[in-house]
Design a protein around this ligand. Structure first.
Ligand SMILES: [Zn+2]
Length: 422
């Protein structure tokens, strides 16, 4: 068995802009998705699954964010699009987003899906053929890295998963994503499966977990351990605040904490790129605001009660020495800074704002404009952003628009289809 010489490492691949936004009842504006990419880059996340290149209304946002990569604004993060593992999707992705460089191709692999979803019309070999044809097409069209996703991997027989992974590798895929699509695994089973895949497929693995049984973070940790023990790098799929389909995905901040703070883990299992945990509070708060979903009181690290002590014994203990009752410091997560809350008059940006109010608002952030016309142009973009998000923009969004107006314009531009049949 060939093993890599270096100790394998753990990386983060965040899917908030894909799994997060496909969550029922939730969504993000294209500017909010852009801000998530920017924050993920600051956190030190290796890759952001930034959207759907086969969806028309995503195309301009995706292209604009790829421009941010070229400009060095989104660096070193890698932006990757999610599509189905079929040639048709590959073609559409490159048609809508010609500059796309990284793709993940997804197809269901389980017996359940062969019977229940494909209605018995496809065999396992058909699935592998579709996937490898899609990988070939993506490579031919210029994809620099391709991940292949085994959807419903946890209900797929191991032998078939190995066969699927080996075929993907042979055709030039860079990683295999093991998807516990229904949150069916537990830390013991996922460890064994990931280790076996690492040893038998011999390629870097992604672990994608859901929280239907409340184990998404624990399973991610165990899965990553399995991959590393099997000799391969592990890429943990996360979302900010765990927002995702049904009961959600593995929470980014909780996964970082689990890897760096849990008993003895960090001694042997290390991250491949530096992570800035001090960004935790900021990205969690932004995602909460953008999705309009409050952060649970007891959320690890970033919940309002994560560092709150009321009982006498705990309060006394933590005052004597924080380590008595806290595993890590709130400062490590970027908490503890004073927050400015306006209790008097407030000028807010909105879709019907005027130039005078807008200049006043930006002036408070030390942004001034060369002329009234320039201010009016930036305001026009802010108004459109507000139309999409239905809420006042946060400071970082306003600053982003003022700094990169041409990118903002692309992100915000939506042109519906020409209707030919009605
Ligand atoms: Zn998922």
């Amino acid at each position: 068995m060939a093993k890599k010489e270096q100790t394998p490492k753990i990386y983060f691949l965040d899917v908030t802009n894909r799994d997060g936004v496909q969550t029922a009842k939730l969504g993000l504006s294209k500017l909010e998705k852009t801000m998530i990419n920017i924050y993920l880059n600051e956190v030190g996340v290796f890759q952001s699954e930034f959207g759907f290149p086969t969806t028309r209304h995503e195309a301009r946002y995706l292209e604009a964010n790829l421009e941010l990569v070229k400009m060095g604004v989104l660096k070193p993060i890698r932006l990757e699009g999610w599509i189905r593992a079929i040639v048709e999707d590959v073609k559409t992705a490159f048609k809508f987003v010609p500059n796309i460089k990284h793709l993940n191709l997804s197809i269901s692999t389980s017996e359940q899906m062969l019977k229940g979803k494909f209605r018995g019309k496809k065999t396992g070999d058909d699935i592998i053929k579709e996937m490898t044809d899609a990988v070939d097409a993506a490579k031919a069209m210029g994809a620099e890295s391709i991940g292949v996703n085994a959807e419903d991997g946890s209900r797929t027989e191991l032998g078939f998963l190995v066969k699927f992974g080996l075929a993907a590798k042979e055709h030039g895929a860079a990683r295999l994503r093991y998807c516990d699509t229904l949150g069916y695994d537990n830390p013991f089973t996922i460890y064994e499966t990931m280790k076996a895949l690492a040893e038998n497929v011999v390629m870097p693995l992604e672990v994608h977990c859901h929280g239907d049984l409340g184990m998404a973070v624990a399973n991610s940790l165990a899965g990553a351990k399995g991959s590393v023990d099997g000799g391969q790098d592990a890429y943990i799929n996360t979302t900010v605040n765990g927002i995702g389909e049904r009961a959600g995905n593995a929470d980014l901040v909780a996964c970082i904490l689990a890897i760096t703070k849990s008993k003895g883990f960090a001694k042997k299992y290390q991250m491949g790129s530096p992570i800035k945990l001090t960004m935790a509070a900021k990205i969690a708060e932004f995602a909460s605001y953008a999705f309009d979903v409050p952060i649970p009181l007891n959320q690890p690290g970033v919940g309002a009660n994560a560092f709150a002590h009321a009982s006498g014994i705990h309060a006394d203990g933590v005052l004597k020495d924080p380590e008595n009752y806290e595993l890590y410091s709130y400062k490590e997560l970027g908490r503890g800074k004073p927050k400015f809350v306006e209790t008097g008059r407030e000028i807010i940006s909105g879709q019907y704002s005027g130039v005078a109010g807008f200049r006043h608002l930006m002036g408070k952030m030390n942004v001034s404009f060369a002329s009234r016309d320039e201010a009016a142009d930036i305001l026009e973009l802010v108004r459109y952003a507000n139309v999409q998000s239905h809420k006042p923009l946060v400071e970082d969004e306003l600053l982003f628009i003022a700094k990169y107006p041409h990118i903002a314009q692309k992100v915000l531009t939506q042109t519906p289809l020409v209707l030919e049949t009605v």
